[in-house]
Design a protein around this ligand. Structure first.
Ligand code: NAP
Length: 554
């Protein structure tokens, strides 16, 4: 039986699948997630004609697709929502400090309703190809059902983590039980009670899934290849009084997010790790470990992500926490990463994750010791054992940042394929444009600060910058924008330099573009701007202030 792919699940398509749309629009946006929705709203305000194509049957992007049990924010809810609309800020109430997926999806539906966004969105519409047309200077966009659309501008809002990947394991279609990837979790309730469930993958998704289902399943087998660092989320409900206070403080909250490198409310401590005494250092780690959210990662000593000894110190602290929480010392050691330091991969935040392994119905299968040999009709075979399963959950991640682009046949000038151009790593200017692909703008594209950010904060900046550009081009009678070769070369070079001193560049993860489930993605690449969001915004603003320096406008 094939792994279920609920690409067009039984949601509520708002429009018919083969609806007609005008032959030509000013802009096509790919994706109706947080970025695509806001970009549509902004371009409409400029009076542009816009069509959004969305594979899913409704809005929401990441929060539409990722419905697995336990999916929720790792960012504080009240830092995550859109900031552009006073009305939205006033009317929406978050119920938890770290909202769960159903609430976030409700929020995005609320925004879509409020601004009547759906009338320009074609759902159930997967873009298969986008080809630049040299003769008239715009884009021909083709959907996988053959429908076509022409547009002057192509704006990609496809998300950094949208191309989910199944593992390359023999026999994946042989399994006779139920199997799905977490990013294609069915829209209908899945009853796991009393079932023998296997989860492959222990990244942020696997950890949220495991800690949530462990109590209700009959038996849970966790197939862990690489142990991951994780720290407590400390989620709590938001009372009415607290929500009123948050609303009153929104300007200060968003101002704070604008100051920090990742646009979270957490700011690195200005001290270096060994500037303080050991007692002070441990007390600070303890405080961070007990603070809700990403403080332990984003608010730690300033050298945690660059100095190996500083990193080893915080890693030792977290390792001890794992030892305290997992009763079986042998198991605890298996759950402690030995091949990378804390924070050199994106840190999952957890709620009782490590305690799950104290339950008698949960078993950790260490794939480093006993690798998976194949999937069988009845479960999964490792090198020493057959594991019988009713349900197999693939929490195996994404082909990050460039994967979403690779899945569309994007061709620029003279038929140049984007996939080929970026085969050895992306080349961009500002992570928003790439040479030979005129009039294509990439929201949250590779090399963009948004790719390492409390994402809606950076999305708003990207979208507003693109919208201002569109307005400028209209005012000046331009219909063509393309980065110059020198701007692209300099930006790409600076991206590599900024990342060079970061410890994460020495570690395999989606952040370094490594995904061995995808042909050609086994080499580390620099995909993210590491200079911090404030510096990135400054680069974008400087280019705009100089009449879009680094771009050729015609
Ligand atoms: P991920 O971090 O890439 O984790 C994928 C997991 O699958 C890893 O444990 C990986 O093992 C394992 N895996 C992949 N192929 C395998 C194979 N062939 N055999 C065995 N194991 C295999 O993906 P993710 O957990 O979906 O998270 C991706 C990102 O999404 C996160 O880092 C985060 O940025 C975002 N996310 C955010 C939230 C949130 O905001 N709350 C929640 C979930 C995800 P290896 O490590 O050995 O490769």
């Amino acid at each position: 039986m094939a792994v279920l792919d609920t690409a067009v699940p039984g949601g509520k398509p708002r429009r018919t699948e083969r609806e007609a749309f005008p032959e030509f629009v000013d802009a096509v946006i790919i994706g109706a997630g947080i970025a695509g929705m806001y970009q549509l709203h902004q371009l409409r305000r400029l009076g542009m004609s816009v069509r959004v194509f969305e594979t899913g049957s409704d809005v929401g992007g990441t929060w539409y697709w990722n419905r697995y049990p336990g999916a929720r924010f790792d960012s504080e809810s009240w830092t995550y929502g859109y900031s552009f609309s006073e009305e939205v800020l006033e009317e929406w109430n978050w119920s938890e400090h770290f909202s769960a997926q159903p609430e976030t999806l409700r929020y995005l539906n609320f925004v879509a309703d409020k601004f009547d966004l759906r009338r320009d969105i074609s759902f159930n519409s997967r873009v298969a190809a986008a080809h630049y047309q040299d003769d008239w200077g715009g884009w021909n966009i083709t959907l996988d059902d053959g429908r076509c659309q022409k547009a002057t501008f192509l704006i990609t809002a496809i998300g950094p983590l949208s191309a989910h990947t199944l593992p390359r394991i023999d026999g994946i279609d042989d399994f006779q039980g139920t199997a799905f990837h977490t990013a294609r979790w069915p829209h209908h309730p899945v009853d796991l009670s009393n079932k023998r469930v296997g989860v492959i993958g222990t990244g942020a998704t696997g950890i949220q899934t495991i800690q949530t289902i462990a109590k209700s399943v009959g038996h849970l087998s966790v197939f862990q290849r690489t142990a991951n660092w994780a720290a407590p989320l400390h989620n709590t409900p938001i009372s009415a009084a607290e929500m009123a206070e948050i609303k009153a403080n929104y300007p200060a909250i968003f101002a704070r997010c604008r100051e920090t490198p990742g646009c979270f409310i957490h700011m690195n401590d200005p001290r270096a790790t060994f500037e303080v005494s050991e007692a002070e250092r441990l007390a600070f780690y303890e405080e961070l470990y007990n603070t809700p959210g990403f403080g332990i990662w984003q608010g730690n000593f300033r050298d945690m992500s660059t100095d190996p000894e500083a990193n080893a110190a915080v890693s030792a602290f977290i390792a001890d926490k794992i030892r305290q929480r997992v009763k079986d010392p042998v198991l605890a050691e298996k759950l402690i990463p030995k091949d990378h330091g804390f924070g050199t991969r994106r840190v999952p935040l957890e709620t009782g994750y490590f305690e799950v392994y104290n339950q008698t119905n949960v078993r950790l299968v260490d794939l480093k010791a006993t690798p998976i040999e194949r999937i069988t009709a009845t479960g999964l075979r490792t090198s020493d054992e057959d594991h019988d399963l009713d349900v197999l959950i693939y929490a195996t991640g994404f082909d990050a940042l460039t994967g979403g682009f690779d899945r569309i046949d994007i061709r620029g000038r003279n038929g140049l394929s984007l996939k080929e151009k970026w085969a050895d790593g992306p080349r961009t200017f500002l992570g928003l444009q790439t040479v030979d692909f005129p009039n294509m703008l990439t929201i949250v594209g590779p090399h963009n600060a948004a790719a390492r950010c409390n994402i809606p904060r950076c999305i708003e900046q990207n979208v507003e910058w693109v919208s201002a550009l569109m307005g400028y081009m209209r005012t000046h009678g331009h219909a063509h924008i393309e980065a110059t070769q020198s701007a692209e070369d300099e930006w790409t070079e600076s991206i590599n330099e900024l990342a060079a001193h970061m410890l994460y560049t020495h570690v395999d993860s989606w952040m370094t573009g490594v995904n061995r489930n995808v042909e050609g993605k086994d080499i580390r690449r620099v995909l993210q701007y590491q200079g911090g969001a404030p510096a990135y915004r400054e680069h974008c603003a400087q280019s705009a202030a100089a009449g879009y320096a680094g771009f050729e406008l015609r």
